[in-house]
Ligand binder design. Structure first.
Ligand SMILES: [Zn+2]
Ligand SMILES: [Zn+2]
Length: 308
């Protein structure tokens, strides 16, 4: 886009096709736009969502509001805080938590008002301390807009750090914050809202989206163990961070997909197929078998299976 003047007509057509393809691959409106909108959709009685990059959950009780994820950088954090204030009861306390340490989920806390209570699990905070700054720098160097959005990032220390399980009473609704083990990252947090039975699932349960293990995150096997624990919650609604919301069947679907890729990849490994060939072969095979998934490239996930 920066070199617009040098782009020929043919290249413009290619760019338009690529943009159309990327829209098709990202069913959530705004999933590719780093600046969040001010509209929230209702997911369940107490849960609202700003759909974008990422989907941000706002859980509204009679006495307090809990926001899950900040958006990319302080400017997005301020947008989320504004939307949360509009939905909140008068004089409500404001809590903030993050599904994992990646910048579009956790690097916008400086945009929230003073007095916001930041809560995070110990494993996620450990990961933030180790890799938080490094990943903000990596994101910033990837494009100028991200750099601008992340300029005043301040990864502050949480007010509350819990180990496995914390419960926040919001008044008429409560949120359980759960660390069930390693999946997309080491510190993935699941948020379960009662009485709605709404699960805010981060990257751990998504909707027709190929799973991705980030850096030194979990393994396919540990991800499956996390999903077994999630299944016991018996969620009625699921709000993922980078795909469309759905019902509790998303949990079963995620588990079936990971188990499927893992079984097939382990079989190919046993036959002596190279990891690169297995990635290509399984991407093609699964594209046919999961034809309603918008995008199918399992090469990276197959690598994670081979490395287990
Ligand atoms: Zn992530
Ligand atoms: Zn993300």
């Amino acid at each position: 886009m920066l070199q617009k003047m040098r782009i020929s007509k043919n290249l413009l057509i290619v760019a338009a096709l690529a943009a159309a393809a990327s829209r098709a691959q990202n069913p959530v409106p705004g999933a590719n736009t780093p600046i969040l909108g001010e509209d929230a959709v209702k997911v369940s009685d107490h849960v609202w969502a700003i759909m974008g990059f990422p989907n941000v959950a706002i859980i509204v009780g009679a006495r307090a509001t809990l926001v899950v994820d900040t958006g990319l950088g302080p400017r997005n954090g301020a947008i989320v805080a504004r939307v949360a204030a509009k939905l909140s009861a008068p004089n409500a306390k404001l809590y903030l938590t993050t599904t994992h340490f990646h910048p579009e989920h956790a690097a916008g806390d400086a945009g929230f008002p003073a007095g916001t209570i930041l809560v995070r699990n110990a494993e996620q905070q450990r990961e933030m301390d180790l890799h938080g700054k490094e990943i903000v720098e990596r994101f910033s160097s990837s494009n100028p807009q991200r750099k601008e959005l992340l300029a005043d990032t301040n990864l502050r220390t949480p007010d509350v750090i819990y180990n496995d399980d914390a419960k926040i009473d919001l008044g008429g609704a409560s949120a359980r914050l759960l660390w069930f083990g390693r999946a997309h990252t080491n510190g993935d947090e699941l948020i379960f809202v009662e009485p709605d039975r709404t699960l805010i699932s981060g990257d751990v349960v998504q909707n027709k989206t190929v799973p991705n293990i980030s850096g030194d995150g979990g393994t396919p096997a540990s991800w499956l163990a996390v999903l077994d624990k999630i299944a016991t919650l018996n969620a009625l609604h699921v709000l993922p961070d980078h795909s469309e919301p759905g019902d509790g069947s998303l949990v079963t679907q995620e588990k079936a997909f990971i188990a499927d890729v893992r079984t097939r990849a382990l079989a190919l490994k046993k036959q002596g197929v190279s990891v690169d060939d297995a990635g290509k072969q399984l991407s093609a095979e699964l594209k046919t078998r999961y034809s309603d998934w918008p995008y199918m490239n399992v090469a990276a996930f197959v690598k994670s299976v081979y490395a287990e």
